[in-house]
Write a protein that binds this ligand. Structure first.
Ligand code: HEM
Ligand SMILES: *[C@@H]1O[C@H](CO)[C@@H](O)[C@H](O)[C@H]1NC(C)=O
Ligand SMILES: *[C@@H]1O[C@H](CO)[C@@H](O)[C@H](O)[C@H]1NC(C)=O
Ligand SMILES: *[C@@H]1O[C@H](CO)[C@@H](O)[C@H](O)[C@H]1NC(C)=O
Ligand SMILES: *[C@@H]1O[C@H](CO)[C@@H](O)[C@H](O)[C@H]1NC(C)=O
Ligand SMILES: *[C@@H]1O[C@H](CO)[C@@H](O)[C@H](O)[C@H]1NC(C)=O
Ligand SMILES: *[C@@H]1O[C@H](CO)[C@@H](O)[C@H](O)[C@H]1NC(C)=O
Ligand SMILES: *[C@@H]1O[C@H](CO)[C@@H](O)[C@H](O)[C@H]1NC(C)=O
Length: 356
């Protein structure tokens, strides 16, 4: 009897311990708007300050930051793995893979934002969240009256592999089928794929991403011959991956988040083969026409899809770490356990606020 009592008692202790461990983890499994309300109330304003300064210097940076967030989220979830310049496991990083190097930009803006945030609230705000905020601020700066709330609470990953980038990111030669399947694998449906492709209303592309494939499009009559002649004149004959020559994807309004990307497609002025694919498939083309007809509708769907993309396989709770330097994982001695202990203590407070 005594022994069964004591085993009951120890079971109770064990259960309590397990619950204590599980509760914070369970409540952190979801990203939440205002995750840093109490731990770093200025986090989003500080990121915005860094992005606004960078945008004033170079407006193209907005496109860079939106693409950086996309390329982060599609490869091992939104965990800032794309920012790592050294893979602790050795080998080439995502950042150095062909889809990312040399075309990705905006790393220095994230570093600047991180420096501001670390000054104000050390070891608290993840690089993955900074990237999600920075992408949102970029949307805000390029789109009139555009603002969406970003759920946060992401933790940073500790792995970055070039092969994962190659296997998970769509490329400029992707067919409609590839695009639909690739996005479906990341919880995004065909409509959301078309919606998010509208980001190509911003930014630039390197010659290697379109020049050779567009010669095939010329032969099949799916690109404007005048447009391809322009691109041929722009790009060096010996174009390779690292040729620095670029063109705007939306030639007329490259810094404005409008629906012009969709308008260009039926004119055979889509820059990449993958862009053109959106009008060659009947299902996808219906969405393209809807967004041409109604820009407000597209923007509404764009914000929702950006939030959904930001929710791909996030690491939360005690998973991963809060990186101190966005380019490298924390040194073992900088004690990610200190972060693990800090995190449950404070967010538990807002769990109560949030659920009451
Ligand atoms: C649908 C599949 C997609 C494909 C195949 C694709 C492909 C590309 C390619 C080839 C470039 C040019 C890279 C270069 O050579 O410089 C590019 C640029 C860009 N992409 Fe995508 N993309 C896709 C979806 C997206 C999504 C979902 C987003 C964001 C939500 C996005 C945002 C951007 C932006 C903003 C740029 C311009 C980057 C800059 O100016 O630095 N793309 N994309
Ligand atoms: C943070 O504050 C905002 C504004 O008061 C509120 O909407 C949000 O739910 C809060 N989030 C958390 C996690 O406390
Ligand atoms: C300003 O933009 C240029 C490119 O347009 C870049 O080389 C430079 O580093 C930027 N300066 C700052 C302070 O961000
Ligand atoms: C950015 O968002 C704010 C709302 O917080 C809005 O007042 C402002 O007009 C937006 N700016 C742009 C350029 O969309
Ligand atoms: C569009 O592409 C999808 C995926 O490949 C395919 O299932 C569908 O039949 C295509 N729809 C049309 C109308 O071409
Ligand atoms: C796309 O296709 C073109 C033409 O076949 C080829 O030269 C180019 O290397 C391909 N690009 C990628 C990223 O696969
Ligand atoms: C465009 O879309 C918006 C948002 O969904 C909707 O409120 C509006 O009625 C649509 N406009 C037209 C002309 O269909
Ligand atoms: C972050 O790490 C990179 C790579 O080691 C280094 O070059 C950079 O100076 C570091 N940044 C800060 C703010 O310590």
């Amino acid at each position: 009897m005594a022994s069964s009592n004591s085993s009951l008692a120890s079971l109770a202790v064990l259960l309590t311990a397990v619950l204590c461990l599980l509760l914070p983890a369970a409540s952190h499994a979801q990203l939440r708007v205002g995750f840093y309300n109490t731990t770093c109330p200025n986090a989003e304003a500080l990121v915005r300050r860094a992005v606004t300064a960078a945008f004033a210097n170079n407006s193209g940076i907005a496109a860079g930051l939106i693409r950086l967030h996309f390329h982060d989220c599609f490869v091992n979830g939104c965990d800032a793995s794309v920012l790592l310049s050294i893979n602790p496991g050795g080998g080439t990083t995502e950042r150095d893979s062909a889809p990312n190097n040399p075309s990705l930009r905006g790393f220095n803006v994230i570093d600047a934002a991180k420096a501001l945030v670390e000054q104000s609230c050390p070891r608290t705000v993840s690089c993955a969240d900074i990237l999600a905020f920075a992408a949102r601020d970029s949307v805000n700066l390029t789109g009139t009256n555009s603002f969406y709330q970003v759920p946060s609470g992401r933790r940073d990953g500790i792995v970055s592999r070039a092969t994962d980038a190659l296997n998970n990111l769509p490329g400029p030669n992707s067919t409609a089928d590839d695009l639909i399947k690739g996005f479906a694998a990341k919880t995004l449906n065909a409509e959301e794929m078309v919606v998010l492709s509208g980001s190509h209303t911003l930014g630039r592309s390197h010659c290697a991403s379109f020049l050779f494939k567009n010669r095939e499009r010329l032969a099949s009559g799916t690109i404007s011959p005048a447009f391809q002649a322009l691109l041929e004149a722009l790009c060096p004959r010996n174009t390779g991956q690292f040729t620095p020559v670029t063109t705007e994807i939306d030639l007329s309004t490259p810094v404005v988040l409008d629906n012009n990307y969709y308008r260009l497609l039926p004119l055979n002025l889509g820059l990449h083969f993958s862009d053109d694919q959106l009008i060659r498939n009947g299902t996808l083309n219906v969405f393209v026409n809807q967004f041409i007809a109604n820009q407000t509708l597209w923007k509404q769907k764009f914000f929702a899809a950006m939030i959904k993309m930001g929710n791909i396989e996030p690491k939360t709770g005690t998973q991963g770490q809060v990186r101190l330097n966005c380019s490298i994982v924390n040194a073992a001695s900088s004690s990610s356990s200190a972060v693990v202990i800090e995190m449950p203590l404070v967010p538990e407070d807002h769990d109560e606020v949030a659920t009451s």
